[in-house]
Each structure stands twice: as structure tokens, then as C-alpha cells.
Design a protein around this ligand. Sequence first.
Ligand code: NAD
Length: 478
Amino acid sequence: MQTPVYSYPQLFINGQWLSSASAQPHIDVINPANGQIVATTANANQQDVDRAISAAKSAFAHWSVTTAEQRKQWILAIADEMQNRFSDLTRAISLTMGCPYEISKDAQVQSAIDAFREFADLAHVAEAAETVGNVIQNHLAVGVCVLINPWNYPLSQLVGKLGPALAAGCTVVVKPSEQTPIQDLIIAEIIEKIGLPAGVFNVITGYGADIGSHLCAHPDVDMVSFTGSTAAGVKVAQAAAPSVKRVCQELGGKSPYIITEDANLEAAVRYGVEDVMFNSGQTCSALTRMLVPKSQYQQILDIAKRVCEENIVGDPADPKTTMGPLSSKRQQQRVLEYIQTGIDEGARLLTGGLELPEELQQGAYVMPTIFTDVSNDMTIAREEIFGPVLCIIPYTDEEEAIKIANDTIYGLSSSVYAKDPQSALALARQIRAGQCFIQGAYFTTKAPFGGFKQSGNGREWGLEGLKEFLELQAIIMP
Ligand code: NAD
């Protein structure tokens, strides 16, 4: 057996690397491209959680009263060091969750570093007070925050929480996914190097099922910011409820994409297929239900099949690869079961499916798959698959398209491609989702991100993302 690339036997608590109090064996992190152990990390227990929260609580007393300018400079110093560790961060993400290295560079790492810098300037917003009549409104840091993240965009998801938390004056305990802990531990090394005050940033590596509820229920924690599945998000909220803490939840999605009869079909269909297949379909906001007019059905299917089959599925280290494996064998199994369910329920496979080429069988691969003749009541149209599987659903008129779009328990993202932006906007306003991308627009951290319905509560990124980490205090003057 090969020696793992990474070994992190300790936890980063109060500015120091400390051994876990746990007698549990360490956690093996698996490279999903080949099934080999790529890293080992500590496996924290409740005592470790208590130590990390206690460190964050002590640090809050002085960190929360630093000036906005000081916090801005700390954020920029972290961002500079992230830039210096660019290749380490890219490699770590590629090896632990399978994103092709060339794609990981920009989509997983550079974009996250750039986004982290944007929070530096927002520190001043946290400090600004407003006066309305005889009332002064102050924005104060909410307190000690627990940040829990999944594995699909592990650095971006950390940045989307850590940036505003630090800018607001909060201290944090972060818990990355057990599958992708390395980028958080690299950030700990960065923070140790630049000398951020001890206890402001603490990292706990461990299983959500073992330590998650203790983290979320802890009386010294003021806020939990969670990204992950809706099922785990509900457990987080239940654990946090008795101590009435603030909970921000970024959860699952089953996002609709309406293409109208008079849209540029080549551009519209290409955009939709590429969106779903990106990151091997492991994007919470992926536009996994493509709603298309019956009048253009065959033409749309021809384009979708052609675009989908352009994907090169393979080794994440190969620069030609456009699609790597899924993040784990467990995720592969889950996605293959959904594909089998789609077949059993009568949807038609346009491309992809259950078969895998011989050379990919060792890794957690799934071929890019499109189902057609999907009706919105099928399991594959209702449940989040979180893999490279697109459902194409025909509609008769735009009224029916809107009805199908909104017929879901989720409301994270959506998209419309129409003849022109004005026509698209008219449809966008009728969709119950936190975001709507018009005419092939792309993700931007300038836009608040978050869900309606069971996709979550709260928003991330930009000013709205910062506000989640602030409490409003009213000072009433005589
Ligand atoms: P997951 O819910 O299994 O795990 C997410 C994180 O929560 C991990 O760190 C895990 O250890 C932890 N966790 C698990 N059980 C917990 C508990 N009871 N208490 C506290 N923490 C717990 O999700 P996953 O499989 O890692 O990620 C995939 C899911 O994340 C998908 O459903 C996807 O839609 C969602 N997601 C949402 C967004 C968003 O912003 N809305 C972004 C990315 C992923």
C-alpha cells in the first residue's frame, strides 16, 4: 500500500496543533479516482469540540473589538498566503474529491481566493452605524460560529463562511467534510504562519454523525452556518433549537431550467448540459430539470446528446479530462441507483447510463447521463441525485413550464433562456427560487446565494452574506 500524500494527526485549536482526546482510529481519506488512501486525519470527539469552542469563546473577547481596518488587513494577509499555496490547495482538492486538476485551479481555488479578498472591504460595513432619529443602529459580531461544510466545493464553501465571519468580528470552529479536510488544514497552516490571534480560527476534523450535534447544540456557540444535505441540515437545526442559536442553512436543490420555443436552442441547450455535467454533477444549484417545449423536442434532444458526449471522462490529473470521478464510491453507488430507478420508472436514456468503460472501473466514475421523456412526478425529477444526470421534461406552454418549475420541495436556483432578456425576466419573476440565471449567465459572488423552501435559510456571499454574521443593536438616545 502507498504512503498517504497527507498526514494530519492533530487538530488546530487555540493557535496550536493538538492531539485529539479521542481513542478512535484516525480517518482515512480516499482518492475517488483510484480508491487509494490519500490522507489521514485526526478523528475528533466531543472533548475536542469543547476545547475548540472554549478557545473560540476566549478569543471572541478581543477579536470582536478589533477595528474593521485590522480585520481587513488580516483577511488580505490570509488571501496572500492562499495565493502562495495555490498549487497545494488545487492538488489537495483534486486528490480528495476528484475534480480535474485543470478545472480545480480556477473553479475551486482561484475563484475562492478572489472571493475571500472581497470580504476584506466588507469589514468596514460591519463597523458602520446608522442613525435614524434618536436611534443609533450598531452592527455587532454575532459571536462564536460553527462552520460545517460538504465536499463538493470545499474551499469555496469555507471561504463563503469564513470571509464574512472574520470580517464581522466572529471567531470560528470549522468542520470540513470528512472526505475533503485538507484545504481547511492548509488554511490552519496559513493562519499559524501569519500569526492570527490564537483561537480566532479552529479546525476540527471528524464525522458529522459523531460530533455534529454536539457542535450545534453547544451552549457557547452563537451561530451555526451549515452547507450540506437537507437531511443533515434538519438535524443541525434541531440540535441548535434548544439554545435558540442562529442557523444558516444552505441545502439541496432540484433546479429547473426553462428553455422557450423561440430561444437560441444551440446556445441554450449547450449551457444547460454543461451546467449539469460540471464538477461531475455535484453542484447544489445544478439545473438538473431542463424544461423544453414539445414543439422543438427532437431538435433539443439532438443538441443535448451531442454536447453531453463531448465530455472526456477520466483521470483528474490528465489535462484533457473534463469530468473526473464522483467524490466517493458511496456517491457513485447512490447515483447509479437513481439511474436504475429512472429506467425502472420509464424514463428513456438518451446517453450515458449504468455501463462504465473498463479503464474507469476502479474509480468512482459515472458516465454523463441524460434522461428524456421524464415526467415531473418521477423520482429522478423529484429527488436530488447529486451526480451527472440531467432530466429533460417536455411542456406544452409557458404556463405549464412555470407550474412544473415550481412543483418541487426545493427552491435554490433556476434559469430561463428565452428569445431575449426581457422575455426571460417575465418568466424568472414567477419562479420560486433564490437565484435565476438569465440567457446563459454564470455564478457570481456579487449575487446573494441561498434557498427558498427546503433549500435552506439565509444567504451567502457579499453584503447579504456578511449580514448573517451580524447582530443588530439599537441604542436609543434621550
Ligand atoms: P452531508 O449533509 O452528508 O454533509 C455535510 C457536512 O455536514 C459534512 O461536514 C458532514 O460531516 C456534516 N454532517 C453530517 N451529519 C451532520 C449532523 N447530524 N450534524 C452536523 N453536521 C453533520 O452532505 P454531503 O454529502 O457532504 O454534501 C452533499 C449535499 O450538500 C447535497 O445535498 C448538496 O445539495 C448540498 N450542498 C448544498 C449547497 C448549498 O449551498 N445549498 C452547496 C453544496 C452542497
